[in-house]
Design a protein around this ligand. Sequence first.
Ligand code: UD1
Length: 339
Amino acid sequence: MKKILVTGGLGYIGSHVVVELQSSGFEVVIIDDLSNSSLDVLDGIFDITGVRPIFEKIDLKEKELVIDFFKRHSDIDGVIHFAAAKAVGESVDDPLKYYENNISSLVYILKALQDFKSTKFVFSSSCTVYGQADELPITENAPVKEAESPYGNTKKIGEQMIKDLCNCNDSFAAIALRYFNPIGGHSSAKIGELPIGVPQNLVPFVTQTAIGIRKELSIFGKDYPTPDGTCIRDYIHVVDLAKAHIVALNRLFDEKKSNHYEVFNIGTGKGSSVLEVVNAFMRVTGVNLNYCFTDRRCGDIVSAYADTIKANTVLGWKARLSLEDALASAWKWEKSLQN
Ligand code: UD1
């Protein structure tokens, strides 16, 4: 049984990946500093899979602790790295926190991998590296633009660091997955997204408004050059996204397929506007949502959706679940939090 380290494994995407790993027969070790997650997530993972992963509370900025971890777990076969701060606005106000959190920790973990000869690495990257792409849908060959925020820059730098390491070390192989907009939760509603404070992302704000925690959803801008005037994104069900990690990991373990360093877009290939998401949510749940239109949000791009041909053909992964499935699961999760 292969042993996989998942850093940030108690977070939103990490926890869904842990479930898929365990369901696919991998042994999982989680490192998380609990800065944006809760130990209760371990119970959710156990309820779904019947297996409680090994867990260690470690702050990856503590270099000595990272080395010590790998000394004790020298049999790690591969790493999926999520541990990172991800609030775009906060990264603008406190950039060094983001460089320290997201870059220093990545250096330490890559260094440990090199020293301990664990050589398979999946990196959680983002479509944010494309900025407002010149052409849609966005292929992996689209230019990586100057980052809009320190958070975005950490993803861009992170990818480059991993690529550099692959270039100088023949035995190291990595895949960067560029996620579009992950939404929804596990169908069991045992794990899901747990935003701290006021949600910045659309879907948690929608579900919190629907359940009465927020009075009204503000739709940021109605005069964008899109069919209904609201921004367009590629919303991908987090369970589909999680499965992409298993496929990526298996590709790295397959000597015939593994290609040293690769990037893949992980999206559905379909763009949906904010209004389409809101209407789909009301249709799927039967709940009426209070919303209004406000000014554009600073830094928002107009439209982004993935070209998924490379992921479909080279990686052999395809999104299966719909926007409606994702919104229904997000609503089920939100309701479960009230009990
Ligand atoms: C955001 C991050 C991006 C990250 C991604 C992960 C920013 C600027 N970017 O992208 O780096 O990778 O999440 O999912 O934060 N919206 C509203 N009202 C709201 C919230 C959002 O109208 O209360 C709109 C936004 O204007 C946008 C769409 O909903 O058009 C999606 O927003 P959001 O969920 O924040 O994702 P992104 O902005 O795409």
